[in-house]
Write a protein that binds this ligand. Structure first.
Ligand code: FES
Length: 192
């Protein structure tokens, strides 16, 4: 996509990616690279003031590293001329921002009412079994973190599982091994 787009249409530029760059355990600086500075400029150019750029930059931090560290919050605060406390208060308000490292694939299993009635708890158990983890724990290979989620807003397709930014719908316990295998394959580049 052209880098010369007018700021008025820059909002259409994607800032979320299906595959995150970091492993989920790194905490790389956000704006030291050319790419990071470019993203900062692009996001910043969409808004007349600094504060509205905060959420997109928190998204970028999570996309890059898989989580948003205190250090990253301070870096964003510096870039936007906001106080670290302001950035911290916003980042901790939203549960979608991971405040601690997660695996390369963050698997969120909905167990709310529709999904609960469609074996959501069994789906969760099966993911934990297949990845050899406990809820919220990251597998030793750094690939998987499985957590229980509240309603993901796709109740007609229960059970719903969110893997990073993707939704997987109509998941049954029987489908879980194939889903985990596909993630393994993706991580190893075997699905290319
Ligand atoms: S109850 Fe699971 S998506 Fe709404």
């Amino acid at each position: 996509m052209s880098e010369e787009l007018h700021p008025s249409v820059a909002g259409a530029q994607p800032y979320m990616r299906e595959e995150r760059q970091g492993s989920g355990t790194t905490d790389e600086p956000l704006f030291e690279s050319d790419e990071g500075r470019e993203r900062l400029e692009k996001i910043r150019s969409r808004y007349p003031s600094a504060r509205p750029a905060l959420l997109p930059l928190l998204n970028y931090a999570q996309e890059k590293n898989g989580w948003v560290s205190t250090r990253a919050m301070e870096e964003i605060a510096g870039a936007l001329d906001l106080t670290p406390a302001c950035v911290h208060s916003v980042a901790t308000f939203y549960t979608m921002y991971n405040k601690r490292p997660v695996g390369r694939y963050l698997i969120q299993v909905c167990t709310n009412i529709s999904c609960h009635l469609n074996r959501g708890d069994d789906v969760l158990e099966r993911f934990l079994e297949e990845t050899g983890t406990r809820p919220g724990e990251t597998s030793e290979n750094g690939l998987f973190t499985v957590v229980e989620a509240e309603c993901l807003g796709a109740c007609g397709f229960a059970t719903v599982v969110q893997i990073n930014e993707d939704y997987v719908e109509n998941v049954t316990p029987e489908k879980v091994p194939d889903i985990v295998d596909a993630l393994w394959a993706r991580a190893e580049g075997r699905d290319a």
